[in-house]
Design a protein around this ligand. Structure first.
Ligand SMILES: Cc1ncc(COP(=O)(O)O)c(C=O)c1O
Length: 389
């Protein structure tokens, strides 16, 4: 049976290869510490679990959800956006999602025709360059690296390419590099999007995962951003609810409306009881979030300080639970992943999974218990792993 061209043409998914390697190692009895997938280690707030449990007994929650979304969830999103990011959102500027990945992937169906160009920074969360390909889009890569703080140089983008493009995607704090963007960058990006008649997608999945009080900026906090921008939020990372599948997008009403229209053809929205849990989560007090951040900051410090004792010169990231780590000389991303797994049982993601420019790097996702995080460092030490770059 011949697959559709859109599926057959997708490049190899590095993480599927990694899954195979992990399964083989486990079958051989290897004790793995899995730092590959960014699935949070913190638990959802008690309020969310209690709300879900209660809602399970409510017959209404077992019916199809409404396309417009639970009004109480929409109201909770509006309050959350005001309290957390000081942005004013109206009811018709919110769409509820089955996780932000779902919304991001389906958004392209509403705006990209085959052959249309989308500007995407790299390295980046793979969905941002793979999902546009599924609808026949053409990705124009905006390179980023440590020298430019992983911010694309918008002035260097060929005017013809920018004029031809329909969408520009940004995501700060960034998976996999943990980069953050200052407000001035977003202001410039909004101006750029307006000048070239682009839709600006901002993926804000790691909005709440920041350290030392350096709060990331919502793109929608830039005056006039709502003319061009749709911003995707996720309850997965903020509230440790990755498996629950709940997110939302806010911003330009026409963009939000188009995504809603697409979704009416594809799903009925998240499970009603999950939505009730989301409402409860969005109302939790700041102490939950403070504790969550402190937990990842501790893990970050253990691994950064540990790797730096082994020859690396890593800076402590200001956000996310990722570390973007150069591989020692003589290795590729993938060969270092295999070497590390073989010698220590620690599994990390090859940088190439986040685009070609990820070659030479691996990503550590610090989403294991503190004990395992400490053990990661001691296993590397014991195995004589060192950075020689
Ligand atoms: C940058 C980024 N955006 C979106 C997602 C997907 O999040 P969700 O669970 O809301 O679909 C992820 C998941 O790792 C991510 O890293």
């Amino acid at each position: 049976m011949k697959q559709s061209e859109r599926l057959a043409k997708l490049p190899v998914y590095v993480f599927a290869l990694l899954d195979k390697l992990k399964a083989e190692a486990r079958a051989q009895g290897k004790d793995l510490i899995d730092l590959t997938i960014g699935s949070p280690s913190h638990l959802p707030p008690k309020e969310a679990i209690d709300a879900q449990t209660k809602a399970l007994k409510d017959p209404a929650c077992h019916k199809y959800s409404s396309f417009e979304g639970d009004p109480a969830f929409i109201a909770a999103v509006i309050d959350w956006c005001k309290n957390q990011y000081n942005i004013d959102i109206k009811k018709d500027e919110v769409v509820i999602l089955v996780g932000s990945k779902e919304g991001l992937a389906h958004f392209y169906l509403a705006y990209l025709n085959p052959g249309d160009t989308i500007l995407v920074p790299m390295p980046i969360y793979p969905s941002h360059f793979r999902a546009p390909l599924l609808v026949g889009g053409v990705t124009e890569i905006m390179p980023t690296d440590e020298k430019n703080n992983f911010l694309p140089d918008l002035d260097k983008i060929d005017t013809k390419v920018a004029d031809r493009a329909k969408i520009i995607t940004l995501t700060y704090p960034t998976n996999p590099t943990a980069a953050v963007a200052p407000k001035e960058f977003f202001a410039k990006a909004v101006q750029f999007a307006k000048k070239h008649d682009l839709i600006l997608i901002h993926d804000f999945a790691y909005a709440e995962l920041y350290f030392e009080g350096k709060k990331p900026v919502s793109c929608l906090s830039i005056p006039g951003a709502k003319d061009v921008c749709i911003e995707f939020h996720s309850l997965s990372k903020t509230f440790g609810m990755a498996g629950w599948r709940l997110g939302f997008a806010v911003g330009n009403a026409a963009l939000v409306g188009s995504l809603k229209s697409i979704k009416t053809n594809l799903d009925y929205g998240p499970f009603g009881a999950t939505v009730k849990a989301g409402i409860a989560a969005l109302k939790v007090k700041g102490s939950y979030l403070k504790k969550m951040r402190a937990g990842y900051q501790k893990k970050r410090d253990i691994v950064v300080e540990g790797l730096n004792c082994l020859g690396w010169k890593l800076k402590k990231p200001q956000a996310t639970f990722y570390l973007w780590v150069p591989v020692p000389k003589g290795f590729t991303s993938m060969s270092f992943v295999e070497h590390l797994m073989d010698k220590t049982g620690v599994v990390v993601s090859p940088g190439t999974g986040f685009g070609d420019s990820g070659e030479g790097f691996v990503r550590f996702a610090l989403v294991e218990s503190d004990e395992k995080i400490k053990e990661t460092v001691s296993r590397l030490k014991k195995a004589g792993i060192r950075y020689n770059g």
